[in-house]
Design a protein around this ligand. Structure first.
Ligand SMILES: *[C@@H]1O[C@H](CO)[C@@H](O)[C@H](O)[C@H]1NC(C)=O
Ligand SMILES: *[C@@H]1O[C@H](CO)[C@@H](O)[C@H](O)[C@H]1NC(C)=O
Ligand SMILES: *[C@@H]1O[C@H](CO)[C@@H](O)[C@H](O)[C@H]1NC(C)=O
Length: 261
């Protein structure tokens, strides 16, 4: 009897925790969002939340009637960078104002992502990412107000690696670098974001091809609204000069789900 009592208590506790973990997931973005321009525009908006420019040398171009750089076909989003020419190139309007050398594409999720103590987010997709010197594709979350929070769920900086980064401040950052094939084959990335028990920090588990690669913690990320961005920046952190031809970054089956409230 002495052995059975604690055992049955444990079984009961296990049963209860299983029940509380199995919450219905809300689909924030379904895996079919890249099936047409109509579904794209239902869940995503063109360019960056702040406009066409960021800290690389690509200016993002696209809208519902212009699809040279932001293309939907075969349930896949292609972001396409092409070199621009001009004797005096324009400069980016974003710090550190690099010269613009490319037209390229970016989209961001219309629904902001806010991790609270009551929920958890799973963000995943399949990526064919260029790793050529001077190409800087990414799949990332950044603060709606101020900066950071930022956590990069995949970032390629012109080498055969993807970077997982979490910024606590502009200079306090953890980066874990994982090998990425250079053959443009599709590989999956997944991140699970959950509040820590202090209800202040967010734990981010990063997976590649369903294997947990690392865990990082974002200081004060609980309650902070984040934009989810998919962009093909160029040069900047990935080096320069970038390619003289066309660069394509393909993304499919992106899905965002939320458990809890
Ligand atoms: C769409 O983008 C193209 C290329 O930048 C631009 O020429 C055009 O004016 C834009 N159309 C609308 C409706 O904004
Ligand atoms: C960022 O903050 C989290 C949460 O407080 C902490 O666990 C992590 O170590 C911090 N990162 C760095 C690089 O200090
Ligand atoms: C550019 O901005 C991104 C996103 O905010 C940031 O992670 C990166 O450190 C910046 N890099 C440079 C070179 O400015």
């Amino acid at each position: 009897m002495l052995h059975i009592r604690p055992f049955s208590a444990m079984v009961l506790a296990t049963a209860f925790s299983t029940v509380s973990l199995v919450q219905a997931a809300t689909t924030v973005i379904p895996s079919t969002s890249f099936s047409s321009y109509t579904t794209l525009e239902q869940f995503w908006a063109y360019l960056y939340p702040w406009g066409s420019d960021h800290n690389g040398s690509a200016r993002m171009v696209g809208n519902s009637s212009y699809h040279e750089n932001i293309v939907i076909a075969s349930n896949t989003l292609s972001l396409i960078a092409t070199p621009t020419s001009g004797a005096v190139p324009p400069t980016s309007t974003a710090n550190p104002n690099p010269a613009i050398h490319y037209a390229s594409g970016t989209v961001y999720a219309k629904e902001q992502i806010t991790v609270t103590s009551e929920n958890s987010y799973t963000i995943s997709g399949e990526f064919s990412a260029p790793t050529t010197f001077g190409t800087w594709p990414a799949f990332w979350l950044t603060a709606v107000v101020g900066w950071p929070p930022e956590t990069d769920l995949g970032e390629w900086k012109g080498t055969a690696n993807t970077w997982f980064n979490t910024f606590n401040t502009s200079t306090v950052v953890v980066s874990d670098i994982v090998a990425w094939p250079t053959d443009l084959s599709f590989h999956t990335l997944k991140a699970v974001l959950t509040a820590e028990s202090n209800n202040v920090d967010v734990r981010v588990d990063f997976y590649m091809d369903d294997e947990l690669k690392t865990t990082q913690f974002g200081s004060g990320f609980v309650g902070a609204a984040l934009w989810l961005i998919i962009d093909l920046q160029m040069e900047g952190s990935s080096g320069s000069p970038g390619p003289t031809g066309t660069t394509t970054y393909m993304i499919r089956n992106v899905e965002v789900t939320r458990t809890g409230d």
